[in-house]
Structures are given as structure tokens and as C-alpha cells.
Design a protein around this ligand. Structure first.
Ligand code: SF4
Length: 436
């Protein structure tokens, strides 16, 4: 049998990371082995992201460099998957005719036809099937933590976002299939699962999301359950109750705010006001006092004026997020926001982004400092080549990274109690107390 190799490069979010695990799973099942050198690969695969202009530019620049590899090795097949594939479709092959196959995130299974050389002619596929539910093998390398899709697509049509166009309408996987996947992961020794969806709060199949969490919580061997992402408008009392009462559900929620100005939230079509968002945060904290809340902010949305920006800074200060992913607004083709008048220039967006990051850094420093002297339980990660001998890392239930010295004998996947002795912005230093 001829040995074949693949090169796989992933851009974007956790959804894409997990989609790449599935494509790698199919390819290895078909007898391919991975190479880190595109010039050595029979199949060169890009799993792309179009959520921001920068990710898109980076991909097209990488694709341009692949052209010379294809010229030297015409038998190599170039595959573009993911959101740019879905969005640009035939435009992509017109721009880069050396690309052989293009398919969107709901058509991952076609990688099997390409790998088995059933697909020989160039094709572009960009429909969203009713449900992406085929059990595709995933090549997960972590061994401790796993991503698990519970739903696909989104119905919310935030005015700046391409996801409803690239990943289609919302479709939930049957709970039976999800729970079977979780039991299988538990059997393989996985300790932590992150349930993935664009808006997990609107998960609905034969049960709703809180009930799905209750069933997941009963699975023996799974120690921690996380989920992303939650839309604030759909955060229910049932979910808050589930986080509070289910022992394996981690005390962390990623709740994207996007702007502190209700006027801008309306332009974004987020369907909540800042006050409604703040009330939900208060209810979360009343019920789960130690919960960590992280968020997303878009700096410089069209028509955002100084007062709107100030409202965002005040919102960040008053809520006191544990962490923030802040980005400059980037116009995406085909979205409603693209057509809104009053786009800000890049230097103003950069200035506003800088204000947001500086403010959040101060908040993060203070929040982390408050953890000094506390005892936290961490789930030990797989060792990382960059770590010094004797060091290990793990995460708290609130998703903070903790570095522990003189503890290398503790196997990955162990739950360890540590005392936090020092806090940095991006990590905490812990001392071992006990393990189980
Ligand atoms: S909720 Fe809004 S931002 Fe999130 S994926 Fe859906 S449309 Fe995009």
C-alpha cells in the first residue's frame, strides 16, 4: 500500500479546531499520515475562518505561497474547507485555480471521497445539509480534554457576523448521540469535555440544554463539563440552576457582551440592552458567587461615538470580567453591518481597542491578585515541551491557568488541590496540597 501524507492548517475558533480533528480522523482512517511540511504532502488542507478580515487575509496569503508547491508537485491536491470555502465558493477557485476541492463546514465528510480518490475532478460544495450528524471519527490528540459539538449553525443574525451564512441555520444533535460520544470519551480516559455550539443556550432536541447537562453530569469518568458559547438573551434560570447544582459543570461562563452601549447593541441586532445583560450577570453572581465571567467586545462598530465607547469602558469596569477577548470591528462581506453608514477609521478603532485592553488588563491583574492564598482544584494538563523539568500546568474550574513547580510525577488528568502563591496576568503560580 502506498503511504500518503496530509498537511492540515487550521484558522479560527474551537469549532474549526474540532472540525479539523474530524478531518484528521477521517484521513488517518483512510491510511494517511500527517506531515508538518506542505511540500511533502499529497493532500494540503486549509480549514479556514472568515469571522474577521485579518484571518481571511492570512489564509489567502498562505494559499498564495502554496501555488509554487502545486507547480512543483501537480499531483498534490489542495483542499480548502471551513467558512471561507462556504462564503467564497466558486470565487475562491476563480482566484486560485490550483485549488482542487472547496467545501464548507457542513460537508466535512467529503474529505473521505477525496482521500479515497473517489473525487478526482475539482469541486465546490457550499450547501448546508439539514443536520451534520454523521458520526465522523475525530483524531483528538489531547487525551484529557475534548471538544464535542452539540449543535451547528446559528439563527441570530447579529449584524456583523457571517456565521448564519457560512454555517447555516441552527441544528441540534440528538442528546442520545452526544451522550454516547461523551461515554465513549470517558471510556478512553478523557476527563473534561467542552460542549460546543454557536449558542448552546438555544440547544433543543429531545431535551433542552440544562437537561443535557444533567445527563452529561451523570457520566462516570467525566470530571468536568464546560460549554461555549452562550448568547446572553437566551441565558435561562434553568441553566444558572444547572451550573449551580451540577458538581461537574465548571463555574465559568463566556457571555459575549460586544458593547456597553444599548444603541450599538441594537445596531448589532444583539436583542438585549446593557441593563438586561447586567441583570443576568447579577443573577449569575448571586447564585454562583465564585463564577468566572469572560466576554467578547467589538471596538469601533460603525456609528460608535465617544459616548458609546465610554459606555463600553464603564460596562467593563462595573462588571469586572475575568477575561476579555476584544477585537477591532472588521467589515464582513454580505453582513448588514457592512451597509451601515459611519464606519470608523482604523486608527480610531485601534485607539479604542487599546483603551479596552488596558482597562481589562488592570481588572485581570486585580482579580488574579485576589486569588493569592486561596485553594483551587486544577485538572492537570498533558506536559508541554516548553515547560521546565518538574513543572506542570492545569486549569481551575474557573478556567485560570495554574503553573505548579516540583510536581512532575503527577500524571495528566489528575485533579490536584493547590494553594495559589503568586498571581500573574495570564497565569497563577500554585503549590501542591493534595491530589485524587
Ligand atoms: S450569536 Fe451572533 S455572533 Fe454568535 S454566531 Fe450567531 S450571529 Fe454570530
Amino acid at each position: 500500500m502506498i503511504k500518503r501524507t496530509y498537511y492540515l492548517e487550521t484558522f479560527g475558533c474551537q469549532m474549526n479546531v474540532h472540525d479539523s480533528e474530524k478531518m484528521a480522523g477521517i484521513l488517518e482512517h483512510e491510511g494517511y499520515t500527517r506531515t508538518l511540511e506542505p511540500k511533502l504532502a499529497d493532500l494540503i488542507l486549509f480549514n479556514t475562518c472568515s469571522i474577521r478580515e485579518k484571518a481571511e487575509q492570512k489564509f489567502y496569503s498562505r494559499l498564495g505561497r502554496i501555488k509554487t508547491i502545486k507547480a512543483r508537485n501537480p499531483l498534490a491536491k489542495i483542499v480548502v474547507a471551513g467558512c471561507i470555502a462556504q462564503q467564497d465558493g466558486k470565487k475562491l477557485t476563480a482566484r486560485a485555480p490550483y485549488v482542487d476541492f472547496v467545501f464548507g463546514p457542513d460537508n466535512l465528510k467529503y474529505i473521505r471521497d477525496i482521500a479515497a480518490e473517489v473525487a478526482k475532478e475539482q469541486f465546490v460544495l457550499s450547501e448546508n445539509p439539514a443536520l451534520t450528524d454523521e458520526a465522523l471519527p475525530s483524531l483528538r490528540e489531547d487525551g484529557i480534554r475534548a471538544w464535542v459539538n452539540i449543535m451547528y449553525g446559528c439563527n441570530n443574525f447579529c449584524s456583523y457576523c457571517v456565521v448564519p451564512y457560512t454555517r447555516g441555520r441552527e441544528r441540534s444533535r440528538p442528546s442520545r448521540d452526544i451522550l454516547m460520544e461523551l461515554r465513549d470519551l470517558a471510556g478512553k480516559g478523557y476527563k473534561e469535555v467542552t460542549l460546543l455550539g454557536q449558542n448552546v443556550n438555544s440547544y433543543r432536541s429531545d431535551c433542552d440544554f440544562p437537561e443535557l447537562l444533567r445527563h452529561a453530569n451523570d457520566i462516570k469518568g467525566i470530571e468536568r463539563i464546560r460549554f461555549v458559547t452562550s448568547h446572553p438573551k437566551d441565558l435561562s434560570s434553568g441553566l444558572i440552576h444547572a451550573i449551580k447544582c451540577l458538581d461537574k459543570v465548571c463555574e465559568h461562563i463566556h457571555l459575549p457582551l460586544q458593547s456597553g452601549s444599548t444603541r450599538i447593541l441594537q445596531l448589532m441586532n444583539r436583542r438585549y440592552t446593557f441593563n438586561e445583560y447586567r441583570e443576568k450577570v447579577e443573577i449569575l453572581r448571586e447564585n454562583i458567587p465564585d463564577i468566572a465571567i469572560t466576554s467578547d467586545i467589538i471596538a469601533g462598530f460603525p456609528q460608535e461615538n465617544d459616548l458609546d465607547h465610554e459606555a463600553t469602558l464603564q460596562a467593563i469596569s462595573s462588571i469586572g470580567f475575568d477575561g476579555l477577548f476584544a477585537f477591532k470591528y472588521s467589515s464582513r462581506p454580505g453582513t448588514k453591518a457592512e451597509a451601515i453608514s459611519g464606519h470608523l477609521d482604523e486608527s480610531e478603532k485601534s485607539k479604542r481597542l487599546n483603551d479596552i485592553i488596558t482597562l481589562q488588563n488592570n481588572i485581570t491583574d486585580k482579580k488574579n491578585k485576589q486569588l493569592e492564598g486561596t485553594v483551587q482544584t486544577i485538572l492537570i494538563d498533558r506536559p508541554d515541551a516548553k515547560m521546565k523539568p518538574g513543572q506542570l500546568t492545569g486549569r481551575t474550574t474557573t478556567n485560570k491557568i495554574v503553573l505548579v513547580n516540583n510536581a512532575a510525577s503527577i500524571p495528566p488528568g489528575t485533579i490536584l488541590s493547590v494553594r495559589i502563591v503568586r498571581a500573574h496576568r495570564h497565569s497563577l503560580i500554585g503549590e501542591r496540597i493534595s491530589s485524587r
